[in-house]
Design a protein around this ligand. Structure first.
Ligand SMILES: [Zn+2]
Length: 123
């Protein structure tokens, strides 16, 4: 039920922002979800739409953008995008070795986020 709690958080934020901006109806929202976040995006979209029912956001379109992963080595500055197996890195993160210098100090810079980017509303 990880996706459900993420969705409730998103819905709470959307309705909160909409209210503060005196929106009447929400047309669409956009979410950025990192490919390393291990979030099932279809499930998040499903729960968001389910929780929108009965609110001013009912029927709003849920757009999701997948953010590609990016890593950077803390020792040599190597930057990479093409990660052999994303799930492997998340699960065995400590063992992720820099392909250039062999240092284990590789940090994930992008790809773990899950955020609300845009709300399109009607006033
Ligand atoms: Zn390195």
């Amino acid at each position: 039920m990880h996706e459900f709690s993420i969705a409730s958080e998103i819905v709470r934020n959307v309705l909160d922002v909409a209210e503060k901006n005196s929106a009447r109806k929400i047309l669409s929202i956009r979410l950025d979800i990192g490919e390393l976040s291990l979030i099932n995006v279809e499930q998040v979209a499903h729960w968001v739409q389910a929780l929108f029912k009965g609110t001013m956001a009912e029927g709003a379109e849920v757009k999701i953008k997948t953010i590609k992963a990016a890593v950077q080595c803390q020792s040599c500055g190597y930057k990479g995008r093409n990660i052999p197996d994303s799930r492997d890195i998340v699960q065995h993160f400590a063992a992720f070795i820099c392909p250039k210098c062999g240092s284990p100090g590789v940090k994930i810079e992008k790809g773990r986020e899950c955020m609300l980017r845009k709300i399109q509303a009607e006033r």
